[in-house]
Design a binder for this molecule. Structure first.
Ligand code: FES
Length: 181
């Protein structure tokens, strides 16, 4: 190989290394910015789901039916009965279920119920016959919005935020800014 082509080869190698290094540095700088923007948007849209910046952003986790399938809101709505909470999954394993609160319309309320008894933490299932949540441990009872009907529990069932958008139900593991009950 001539000395000239050897120099040309070295120049190409040097250009490649410098270009690649700059690219890597730029990517390294951009990644934390994008991550922090995502976190900021998630935070904003979790607290204010109707903020204009959140129109295209899907915050939280998608609600699934009890078979683990994503729920389409347009198919679900006609099947709902106001006042009859609907159990869904998708948020976490503990508690496994979140109950959607169904309002007149029918419409899905912007909050859901976590069925964790505020007395000593037992899981509280919905009893459709009695039309209330009944704790199997010491018989505390709560209405369809999670308000205490009978002790020993003193406080309402905890809430999470719910947002309906893009034909999905999004569950956000954060209580609404104001308890609507
Ligand atoms: S844990 Fe529910 S009533 Fe005691």
């Amino acid at each position: 190989m001539s000395q000239q082509s050897l120099f040309a080869q070295r120049r190409r190698l040097l250009r490649y290394l410098v270009g690649g290094g700059a690219g890597a540095i730029a990517l390294g700088l951009l990644r934390p910015v994008a991550a922090s923007e995502d976190a900021e948007l998630e935070n904003l849209c979790s607290i204010f789901p109707n903020n204009s910046r959140c129109a295209d952003y899907l915050q939280g986790e998608q609600a699934l039916d009890l078979a683990g399938n994503p729920i389409a809101v347009d198919a679900l709505l006609p099947t709902l009965t106001p006042g009859e909470p609907l159990p869904v999954t998708g948020l976490s394993d503990d508690p496994e279920l979140t109950y959607l609160v169904i309002e007149a319309g029918p419409a899905i309320a912007p909050y859901g119920i976590q069925p964790v008894c505020t007395h000593l933490g037992c899981t509280v299932p919905w009893d459709a016959e009695q039309n209330r949540f009944i704790c199997p441990c010491h018989n505390s009872q709560y209405d369809a919005a999670g308000r205490v009907l009978q002790g020993p529990a003193q406080r309402s069932l905890p809430l999470v935020t719910v947002a309906v958008k893009q034909n999905q139900i999004r569950l956000i593991d954060r209580a609404p800014a104001v308890d609507p009950r």
